[in-house]
Design a protein around this ligand. Sequence first.
Ligand SMILES: [Fe+2]
Ligand SMILES: [Fe+2]
Length: 304
Amino acid sequence: MSNTTVPKTNNAPLKSFDEWEDFVKARYPEEGHPSSTKNQFQSNDPNKKLEQFRDYKAEARSSVKEFYRLNHTHQTLDYVLAKKRQYLSKTNRQMGIWEAMEFLNTLVDDSDPDTDLAQIEHLMQTAEAIRRDGHPRWFILTGLIHDLGKILCLYDEPQWAVVGDTYPVGCQYSERVVFAEFFADNPDSRNPQLQTKTGIYEEGCGLDNVNLSWGHDEYLYHVVKDYLPEEGLYMIRYHSCYVIHREHEYGYLMNEHDRQMFAWVDAFNPYDLYSKSTERPDVAALTPFYKELIAEYFPPKLGW
Ligand SMILES: [Fe+2]
Ligand SMILES: [Fe+2]
């Protein structure tokens, strides 16, 4: 395994992507998980839930808060459109899926290497958890590749433009986006046209017509969209959009097809969030199975 450390810059408040992912997991604890604080969430009292929601913000590490501050300040509509122009032509490199996994695996955090899983292990853990539950091969493959968009980080993109929960831009912000108060520093919040309920969109226009904040989900969706069933593509494109799939906000931008497909996003989310606590996968032993699975759906090289 390579041990290239991602250079720290002022725009890299997180020691590792795990810091953000652990925060999300704490915010959405698994039902029935012994280490979860789900009991406090099981109350039917909405005020109680809100109180706990605020607690998570209070308990967030300062690095996580700073990460959200940067994300919410800089993810303007113009920024998202510029990143789409930059990346969606997919001309940065030609690379196979397995190659991209190895490339991503060079992304080693500067936190403890014994406790922090390499990215390839998170991918295999997610896929193995899906396989254990008897899901179809495309679903297993979706689990395996769902975070490959994080290679954006290896193109020197700042952390806040690679990970973090995503949300619509170009219309009003939902208060259910965590640390929504940081949107006050986003220039779009001072543009009234971008702050109406539907903003630049139309009611029921469908999420395909909505720009979400830029990150690894949207990037990977465009890389793989010709090769996977639509259900898997929804999982990839929206897995970080907690404000829609967990908070059920922005329903007025969705169409009926989105609503049906989001059942698959919901089905995927537990595998992403909670498979990390399972045992470390034997990467070498599992490699032949996954290389064969990749070859079943993908060409040897694709544009990134
Ligand atoms: Fe992800
Ligand atoms: Fe993930």
